[in-house]
Design a protein around this ligand. Sequence first.
Ligand code: CP3
Length: 357
Amino acid sequence: MTSPVKNDRFLRALRREPVDCTPVWLMRQAGRYLPEYRATRARAGSFLAMAKNPDIACEVTLQPLRRFDLDAAILFSDILTVPDAMGLGLYFVEGEGPKFERPITGMADVARLGVPDMEADLGYVMDAVRVIRRELDGSVPLIGFSGSPWTLACYMVQGGGSKDFAKIKAMALNEPATLHKLLEVVTDAVIAYLAAQRAAGAQALQVFDTWGGVLSPAMYREFSLRYLQRIASELERGQGDARTPLILFGKGTGQYVAELAATGTDGVGVDWTISLEQAARLAGGRVALQGNLDPTTLYGNPEAIEREVARTLDSYRDGNNGSREGHIFNLGHGMSPDMNPEHVAVLVEAVHRYSAR
Ligand code: CP3
């Protein structure tokens, strides 16, 4: 089978093949900065009600694609669906973010965890993937995703968001065997979750290691990288044009690009605290790179956005032997609710125009 999508720039870039211009998508491209998202959310009642209804999840996945010339769609869901399916009881408090009713406090809690049944417990996610694939009708590829084991464990042990990660870092120091046992079962679940999304139709897969950068290098290697390695080596992805590429995104983990590239992943995503020139040198042509515009650039005016887009594109080229191949343009982290949709249009257009050859 040849390429299953009409616009295959994103998949070609992940294979480091030539493209007519650099592909672009944006983390959190569906979200509260779009008035149509806020309207759908008001009708559905809550974020979780949206994520658990495959037709609504499909609708919000497509919203940014109707406005902007994006080169990929990302499944509308959340990384915390997996711990929820493991029995922790996910809920959202308005203005406070995600929380768990039953956080992990020690070995007894970890011993009770098992890998969820993907169709029975997370069938709504797989249904969303199938509905979105049908509605995209081959226009652009669909990205499925999961949290990294470390990042999921952060929420599972802290019971929600955190500033200092005190509980999970204390567990890493005082009870490393408990944390490793937790990370093992979460890794099993992540691999099964990504495999199920692939089987349902996801054409690329991204792992979000949002909190990898809060660890010291020694702890990062022990508690995050080791489990990313397991995912990259154990997740079956196919071959050639039919391969479902994997992207490992980390926030604050640019210094580990060479080690991430060595895992066997297809792509590595970085934030803006490393230049793409330096990241590309560390990657050494072994993987595609995704990133890395500071999201707050979208608070700048259109001229500033265009200037920073050009700088980002050229930084990658300078570190990649003068070639733009193997770059997927993205933000270094997600969009915020107060961003201006018109500025997103400026960004997407600037990426395509400036990188075209
Ligand atoms: O990128 C996309 O458009 C796809 C959808 C997506 C969401 N969450 C939707 C969402 C993805 C890929 C995620 C991943 C996710 N979820 C991560 C990793 C990426 C990152 O941002 O670092 C994390 C850490 C989470 C956990 C999570 N979910 C938090 C901390 C929050 C609250 C954030 C906030 O801004 O209130 C959520 C809720 C959430 N997930 C929203 C969206 C659009 C906001 C929901 C709403 O109130 O409408």
